[in-house]
Design a protein around this ligand. Structure first.
Ligand SMILES: [Ca+2]
Ligand SMILES: [Ca+2]
Ligand SMILES: [Ca+2]
Length: 464
């Protein structure tokens, strides 16, 4: 009761008068009862606020193991804690010993809330089970310490295992030796909230097969719960394409994955003709690697990806979009096969328009969507990524010369000239960087003409 909370405790004393008796604790909703042994003040049985529980005091009294040996007849103190919000971290945590252990099965698991706990395994087959509620989108942080009183030697160690609401083992550490620590961070997806279980047991999980295994002794652990805060949602964002959360270009996003939260999905609107700059950074707290995949609105195959990105590495991505490719795009943050991606990440998106031929946007990819240019000057443009071609139309005149020069960074570009009937009248392929190709127009019989260039890099084009 030292923390000055709103908890109210009523302490009363009962006499235990015979060896073979039982004590019943009647617990209403939100009422927690602890029966505390007089010499040690350790709780030897407890109600969990959910109903009637009982424990045979005789069994307690005959067990030789300290510290909570109950003398007979004995005086015990029961502490009644009423209607508090979460009592566990505010009161003396349940301590096992003297034959009364936290339950040995799922059904007998002791309900706990975040806080610090100590307990004891009384023999090599003893197990201690706890259960606690975790909301969807939560994060379990658990630190377990094997007691200093554990025996030293082969097989003398304890194990800690976390089970999900389906009672499936999700995280564990075996063979935690005397005084050693095991810590866990388990991220839970929005759909996986519920009652989680914790089991403390002997160092090896199959005692019958491994008779040397013995975890007899004390242990302690600290349970803390957090919430995810993906994209400032206060929780976990959608785990699949159809549940993607809307984000805005220009607005930094951070989130968390790991454990059962294997995927975070986002979507954003991108205008056609833009250049998207993306940076994905797994945070320094990431255990191994994280991956990012991008999809268009069809959601079939990734259109872009960066796999196994290491912590603190700023993974860049740049997408040049054709003018016809505006729409909704999807990002999936995940972690790969055999890699633990537990941890947080940051995502930044920025967009700026292309400026083909000073248009403030992209030239279309087909003659029908071409951008009109005026003869007389050299113009610059850019293709690449999802912007495969830029097409221009112009009114030709006999004697004019078309020129095309790929930029320094390119690796073989091409140009095609079509007449008004879309018949090809000139083509150059695999033009090297900074090499200029020209074509002089002779008999011009129809108009307009179309110029299409591709496929990666910057270029200069003109009709003079
Ligand atoms: Ca998440
Ligand atoms: Ca372009
Ligand atoms: Ca284009």
């Amino acid at each position: 009761m030292s923390k000055g909370s709103s908890l109210k405790a009523i302490i009363f004393t009962i006499m235990v008068t015979a060896l073979a008796c039982s004590v019943l604790l009647l617990c209403g909703g939100g009422v927690y009862l602890y029966l505390v042994a007089p010499e040690t003040l350790n709780a030897i049985m407890q109600g969990d606020g959910t109903g009637l529980v009982s424990a045979p005091v005789a069994a307690t009294a005959t067990s030789a193991n300290p510290p909570a040996t109950l003398s007979t007849p004995a005086e015990a103190t029961a502490t009644l804690v009423s209607a508090g919000p979460t009592p566990a971290s505010h009161i003396a945590a349940p301590v096992e010993g003297a034959g009364v252990s936290a339950g040995n099965t799922y059904e007998q698991a002791t309900t706990i809330t975040p806080g610090q706990y100590t307990g004891k395994l009384i023999d090599k087959k003893d197990e201690a089970w706890y259960k606690f509620e975790v909301p969807g989108g939560g994060i379990i942080n658990l630190t377990f310490t094997a007691g200093d009183d554990l025996a030293d030697g082969f097989g003398k160690s304890q194990s800690i295992t976390i089970f999900n609401p389906d009672r499936k083992e999700i995280a564990w550490q075996t063979k935690v030796e005397r005084g050693k620590l095991a810590s866990f961070r388990w991220v839970i997806s929005d759909s996986q909230g519920g009652v989680y279980y914790l089991r403390v047991s002997g160092g090896r999980l199959y005692v019958d097969l491994e008779p040397d295994s013995d975890g007899t002794g004390s242990y302690s652990f600290e349970l803390a719960l957090q919430n995810q805060n993906d994209a400032n949602s206060g929780g976990d964002v959608g785990d699949e394409f159809a549940q993607a959360t809307v984000i805005q270009i220009g607005q930094p996003v951070s989130g968390q994955i790991g454990g059962s939260d294997k995927e975070d999905w986002y979507k954003f609107e991108l205008s056609g003709g833009q250049i998207l700059d993306l940076t994905f950074t797994p945070s320094p707290d990431v255990k191994e690697t994280q991956s990012i995949f991008a999809f268009d609105a069809q959601g079939k195959q990734p259109i872009w990806e960066a796999q196994h990105v290491l912590p603190s590495v700023k993974q860049p991505g740049q997408w040049l979009m054709d003018i016809a490719q505006g729409g909704t795009y999807y990002l999936q943050i995940t972690y790969g096969y055999l890699k633990d991606g537990t941890g947080s990440y940051a995502l930044e998106l920025a967009a700026r328009p292309q400026n083909d031929a000073n248009s403030g946007t992209d030239a279309g990819a087909e003659p029908e969507q071409s951008l009109e240019i005026q003869p007389g000057q050299l113009l610059t443009g850019q293709v690449g990524d999802f912007d495969k071609f830029d097409c221009y139309k112009f009114t030709p005149a006999s004697g004019q010369t078309i020129s095309f020069t790929p930029g320094q960074e390119t690796k073989g570009m091409g140009i095609q000239l079509f007449n008004a009937n879309l018949k090809e009248i000139w083509r150059e392929n695999q033009i090297g960087p900074t090499v200029t190709k020209t074509h002089q127009l002779t008999e011009v019989t129809d108009r307009p003409y179309y110029l299409c260039v591709g496929n990666w890099g910057s270029y200069t084009v003109g009709v003079k």
